[in-house]
Design a protein around this ligand. Structure first.
Ligand code: HEM
Length: 323
């Protein structure tokens, strides 16, 4: 990756996201370079990355985005029903006296139930989606990436005729899972922290997620060739979500904007509304001493800027329920 400049101005971030001259960088290109340097065949990984619209532009982006939009639109209703069933289990999960990790015990099962429905007849292994997300986390070890690369090879070779369609479904799961799990976890933590000691029934819930697991995204100035060249040293990290933005600005930018605006926005918003409606019906409290969250957010600005792509992953969100 080139050196990254940071823009935390709402107007400038918006301008860059809407600008035709700025494109996402090519993650596949990064793997071509690493593969060449190390003598590793990363072609399965590269094939998946060339199916993730966040890293594409031009006609390839338009084609993949269209296919994902069709799948996600067909998946919307069954995903909502599946989500509602898990949400309906919240009263039992959050019964007085229980200690719960909301990430493991609620949000992951919620994601798993939803993503079984993907708008096609293909079944995609959630574990492979989770592992594939780590392919664009700089902190992942090479060994781990190579193992995922081999699992992708098996995934592709198991049925070569349908590989392109299945990669699109895997891609939509990869792009949806971490932002959804992360934003739900971070947002619930923020709501609970601000309402400690109050019954969930008397807690005020924002209409939109108050915290994002995708707080920024990168754009690179396109050269005359039309390619976003990762070595052009003109990369900008656009802040999408920030304490420095007004609530309206954060809401407007939460799911990105322009050509790459999030395709999961309707379902993600529907699920937030389902979850908060159910929580608002529960007459229990979250005990203050036992509300803890662990995340993998980089601690320093240097570490943050050194990351190629930033998703914040809450590892756990532990709560203890009182009467
Ligand atoms: C609260 C949850 C979510 C958040 C905060 C979120 C956020 C975002 C953001 C900021 C982008 C734009 C990235 C950029 O411009 O570089 C994006 C793109 C995308 N999101 Fe989401 N997302 C969420 C949930 C989902 C879900 C549930 C799905 C699918 C099941 C999904 C699918 C996608 C896809 C396919 C794109 C790529 C669009 C493109 O590049 O054309 N997202 N998301």
């Amino acid at each position: 990756m080139p050196e990254i400049a940071l823009t935390d101005s709402f107007a400038e971030s918006k301008r860059l996201l809407k600008s035709k001259d700025h494109q996402p960088f090519s993650m596949a290109e990064q793997y071509r370079i690493i593969g060449k340097r190390l003598g590793v065949d990363f072609s399965p990984t590269i094939r998946l990355l060339e199916t993730l619209p966040v890293f594409l532009h031009g006609s390839r982006h338009a084609d993949v985005r269209r296919s994902m939009a069709i799948n996600l639109s067909a998946a919307r209703e069954p995903q909502e029903c599946a989500a509602q069933q898990i949400v309906d289990g919240l009263p039992e999960l959050l019964a007085p006296g229980r200690s719960v990790d909301l990430i493991e015990d609620f949000i992951r099962p919620l994601r798993n139930a939803m993503f079984v429905h993907n708008g096609t007849s293909f079944t995609i292994d959630q574990d492979l989606s989770d592992k594939a997300t780590k392919l664009f986390d700089d902190r992942s070890r090479l060994k781990e990436r190579m193992e995922t690369n081999e699992r992708l090879r098996e995934f592709i070779e198991s049925e070569p005729n349908t590989a392109d369609q299945r990669l699109i479904v895997l891609g939509q799961n990869v792009l949806g899972a971490t932002p959804l799990i992360g934003s739900m976890g971070l947002s619930l933590h923020a709501v609970f922290s601000a309402n400690l000691g109050k019954s969930l029934k008397n807690t005020s819930y924002p209409k939109r997620y108050p915290v994002s697991a995708v707080p920024s995204t990168d754009r690179i100035l396109t050269l005359d060739s039309g390619h976003a060249d990762a070595d052009s040293h003109q990369a900008t990290r656009c802040v999408l979500h920030s304490k420095g933005y007004s609530r309206e600005e954060n809401d407007e930018m939460f799911f990105g904007m322009g050509e790459h605006a999030c395709l999961g926005r309707p379902i993600a918003n529907a699920v937030w509304s389902m979850v908060t409606t159910k929580l608002a019906s529960l007459d229990v409290t979250i005990l203050s001493s036992n509300l803890t969250m662990e995340t993998d957010m980089p601690e320093t600005r240097e570490d943050y800027l050194a990351m190629t792509v930033l998703f914040i992953r809450p590892r756990s969100l532990k709560v203890e329920i009182g009467p």
